[in-house]
Design a protein around this ligand. Structure first.
Ligand code: NAP
Ligand code: 3JM
Length: 342
């Protein structure tokens, strides 16, 4: 059922999963963008209840996330994992709260818009209480694809991702630090957060394997891209790889268009798009790299070139801070759209 409850101009905002890698970033983004929240409620598991989190010069006290947490809350930003979202988001909606969910729990549900503001901002208008934030790797790719698709329809995308350890959470990022130290010290490596050691390694598996031999992370990129872009005809082939980078996902993306696209026109269209920075000066070795882009908001694009092995092909390198544009920033931008469409 369509959502009819009006949004106040100063909503009460809850962050569910506030102590996590994404949740902490959400608090930073809300503060940095001066989101006009009447009050911010920070929720996590019972393990964190009573913990204090800095916000806007004050300290917020973490409360245990329960079914009752959403009374009087207008917008809930969820990033506590899929099972918590499945269990708790319906209670939040019942309390009259609009949920912006970061997990994959509801993304492909027909009555749930899947939104990247630069691509399909208007989809926030038809939600029934839940709006889904796409997967981090999908978000930065569709930001790059949209201005190109507007020049000439895209028919096929081949992508390989180089995904940072922090994409698997705060504990996974810590494991990269600790394993690197253990490796250099020559001591035994503790492997808990990933299926294999991540220090000085690349793991071509993110999330579980599916019957067709792809992983669920790869499947997410395929189906989410079609839904966000409203273009079920775009074929996507993805290989998702975890790499020993702390923060920022990188993607090697090859796009095939239905007709000829001039590379300079493509470059100009990307450069003119808010939310994109083109950094592409091969002569001075300037291109996006994860280590230089931690904490940034834009999707950075470099290494733009023609792919002459297919008709109308273009290749590029796309980097974004996945904790910001890939998660927290995109979710807060969705909340801003909810306010703007009041
Ligand atoms: P994380 O660092 O492991 O943090 C997990 C958060 O969830 C913590 O605040 C944790 O609280 C809380 N939590 C765990 N179990 C809970 C429970 N039973 N009840 C209440 N809170 C609970 O993970 P993260 O990187 O922030 O990611 C969190 C989720 O966001 C992921 O699982 C994923 O679904 C989603 N995510 C989405 C994107 C995206 O691109 N859209 C990117 C990354 C992650 P405690 O500190 O109390 O344990
Ligand atoms: C990114 O429920 C879980 O265990 C979370 C798994 C997860 C997801 C997901 O599927 O929601 C970890 C990191 C994502 C995501 O954005 O798809």
């Amino acid at each position: 059922m369509a959502w009819t409850k009006p949004m106040p101009s100063r909503p009460v905002v809850a962050v569910a999963g506030a102590t996590g890698a994404v949740g902490i970033e959400m608090l930073k983004v809300l503060e940095q963008r001066r989101f006009p929240a009447e009050r911010v409620v920070v929720l996590a598991s019972s393990r964190s209840a009573g913990k204090r989190l800095p916000f806007a010069g004050e300290e917020l006290v973490v409360e245990e996330l329960t079914e009752q947490s959403f009374k009087g809350v207008d917008i809930a930003l969820f990033s506590a994992g899929g099972s918590v979202s499945k269990q708790m988001a319906p209670h939040a909606v019942e309390s009259g709260c609009v949920v912006v969910d970061n997990s994959s729990a509801f993304r492909m549900d027909e009555d749930v818009p899947l939104v990247v503001p630069e691509v399909n901002a208007r989809d926030v208008e038809w939600h029934s209480g839940i709006i889904a934030n796409p997967n981090c790797s999908t978000i930065q790719m569709v930001v790059a694809l949209k201005p190109l698709h507007d020049i000439a329809p895209i028919t096929r995308v081949v992508v390989a991702t180089y995904q940072a350890a922090s994409g698997a959470g705060a504990a996974a990022m810590q494991e990269l630090y600790e394993q690197s130290r253990q490796f250099l010290d020559g001591t035994e490596l503790s492997v808990e957060q990933f299926v294999h050691r991540i220090a000085f390694n690349c793991i071509p598996q993110i999330d579980v394997f599916l019957e067709d031999g792809s992983t669920k992370e790869e499947w997410k990129m395929v189906v989410e891209t079609k839904k966000i872009m409203g273009a079920p005809e775009i074929e996507v082939q993805a290989t998702c790889v975890r790499v020993p980078v702390l923060r920022c996902h990188s993607e090697a993306v090859t796009v095939q268009f239905s007709k000829e696209v001039d590379i300079d026109r493509a470059r100009a269209a990307l450069a003119a798009t808010p939310g994109i920075t083109v950094l592409d000066e091969p002569e001075s070795a300037q291109y996006p790299m994860p280590a230089m882009l931690e904490g940034t908001d834009d999707t950075y694009i470099g290494r733009l070139r023609v792919d002459s092995t297919v008709p109308h092909g273009l290749s590029m390198w796309v980097v974004a801070d996945q904790l910001r544009k890939g998660a927290a920033l995109n979710a807060v931008q969705i909340a801003e759209l909810l306010l703007a469409s009041r």
